[in-house]
Write a protein that binds this ligand. Structure first.
Ligand SMILES: Cc1ncc(COP(=O)(O)O)c(C=O)c1O
Length: 493
């Protein structure tokens, strides 16, 4: 009890996820979390997507323990180290080279928002332009530059100063599938009288995580890439949440066969929950001067070790990708059955790979469902403009049995909240034969555009889950980020 009170007394009111999941967590392995009373939970939040390989993954843990035992370097200054060399080599050999991605790697501060700041700054420096196109429901972080690219009004309201230098455009499907938003964007950028300044870059997520598991269709992404080429605008893909295998391929843009100019990665890059972020930059756009974008913690040596181990263990062959696609498809089918059973309270299933969302008609009821699920041992958060989407972000190593168990809990919770009689949908099916991964489309090298742009723009250079009971005075119905209480109003302390 005393252990819990200390947080209320001494931790800032800004704490958020702990309000929704107030247990005191002590241990974790794979998809399981265990609290201080020994109660087991299935973790379908997975450190907000930072644990794609599960908690305390044994392969990564033993690599890290060996490194520490051998007095490997820990600090994060950007000196050359053996650990950094191993990571860069793994990134090049296993990820970049086979995908024909000629990127250099910038090590930024350790959080995702640091990488986004660097990416936006670099695009402005390359082009000499200020404006950056962002998209409705995009989420890119909460430091001021990244926040200007983020849609969420709760986060934006905390900025304290005007958020500048961005123009928001409609994401794919924002007005419904039948409205072609690229035509709109094209018109706005091609009309010299539209009032939109020619941007340095566009920044987007191929699957929007916080914004509601909204997916940009491959054709839409290809047309956006083409528009960027025509207007000499850099394309930044923020793969902080959808990358590192989440959608089935290492990068979320592989399905569309496009090649962004700049890519941000963080969250699951270290694979072990260690803070670590990078910006991948097409070689010709790496116009940084030494130390221009600086910082003490630029490259976490422990994260280099676990990230390299993860790449070496999981990404040398297509097996891991295929397993993600297979399990993702299994998840989609079960979610679709739930959606059919609970229609019209559940309105849709969205997502790709193991990044899926169950869309509820009423955000307040969605909050009740996830709170009830938490009471029954499932940690799962919500996302979307009104927190109406139940978001599946479990480790990619989650087993079929664990997926089944979590979906059973969720089904019970949906039944409890929507008052339907509980009926098991179907006995859990065995997974199907693995889907085959389409090899990455060969991607043409980018045109050399920097010089031309600079000329034109004057570049300035334990236990099983407990019995099923409703949570009373338990977790707040708000989502983990403390954004809203599910009915649109802000959470207060
Ligand atoms: C797509 C995306 N970009 C950037 C960020 C910000 O990362 P961080 O919270 O580590 O600053 C997030 C965090 O959820 C994200 O999902």
């Amino acid at each position: 009890m005393l252990r819990r009170k200390i947080f209320d007394l001494l931790e800032s009111e800004v704490r958020s996820y702990a309000r929704t999941f107030p247990a005191l967590f002590d241990k974790a392995r794979g998809t399981e979390l265990v609290d201080s009373s020994g109660r087991r939970y299935l973790d379908f939040l997975a450190g907000a997507g930072s644990l794609n390989y599960g908690h305390n993954n044994p392969v990564l843990k033993s690599a890290l323990l060996d490194y520490i035992a051998d007095d490997g370097i820990t600090h994060s200054l950007d000196l050359h180290t053996g650990a950094k060399e191993r990571f860069i080599e793994a990134m090049w050999d296993i990820i970049l080279k086979p995908r024909h991605l000629d990127y250099v790697i910038q090590f930024t501060g350790p959080t995702g928002t640091n990488a986004v700041e660097a990416a936006m700054k670099l695009a402005r420096k390359v082009t000499g332009r200020t404006n950056i196109i962002t998209f409705t429901n995009g989420f890119h972080g909460v430091s001021l530059g990244a926040l200007a690219a983020t849609g969420n009004s709760h986060n934006r309201a905390a900025a304290g100063i005007p958020l500048q230098g961005t123009t928001v455009m409609p994401y794919d499907g924002y007005f419904g599938e039948e409205i072609d938003t690229i035509t709109y964007i094209e018109k706005m950028l091609c009309d010299p009288s539209s009032g939109i300044d020619l941007p340095a870059a566009m920044i987007l997520e191929c699957v929007q995580g916080e914004g509601g598991i909204n997916m940009a269709r491959p054709g839409w992404l290809r047309r956006l890439r083409k528009l960027c080429d025509e207007k000499e605008i850099l394309l930044i893909v923020d793969d902080i949440q959808a990358g590192c295998g989440r959608t089935g391929t290492f990068f979320s843009f592989e399905e569309a066969g496009i090649q962004p100019d700049i890519v941000t990665l963080s969250k699951s890059l270290s694979g072990y929950g260690l803070p670590f972020s990078v910006v991948l930059i097409k070689r010709e756009y790496d116009v940084w001067r030494p130390g221009e974008h600086n910082g003490t913690f630029r490259g976490n040596n422990h994260a280099f070790i676990t990230a390299a181990a993860a790449l070496e263990h999981y990404w040398r062959t297509p097996d891991f990708s295929n397993a993600i696609l297979t399990k993702g498809e299994f998840l989609r089918r079960r979610l679709q059955k739930l959606a059919a059973r609970f229609a019209p309270d559940v309105v849709a299933v969205r997502g790709r790979g193991m990044m899926r969302g169950l869309v509820c008609a009423d955000p307040a009821r969605a909050a009740e469902v996830t709170a009830h699920a938490y009471g029954n041992g499932l940690i799962i958060e919500r996302c979307g403009p009104e927190d109406e989407v139940i978001k599946f972000l479990m480790p990619l190593t989650t087993t079929e049995d664990e997926l089944d168990e979590a979906l059973d809990i969720l089904e019970q919770s949906l039944g409890h909240v929507y008052g339907r009689s509980l009926r098991r949908i179907a006995p859990s099916r065995p997974l199907e034969a693995p889907l085959q991964l389409v090899p990455p489309a060969s991607i043409q090298p980018a045109k050399k555009r920097v010089a031309a742009m600079a000329r034109r723009t004057n570049d300035t250079g334990a236990k099983k889950a407990g019995p099923i009971t409703a949570v009373k005075n338990g977790p707040s119905p708000g989502n983990g980020k403390g954004r809203t209480n599910g009915s649109g109003s802000r959470l207060t302390a």
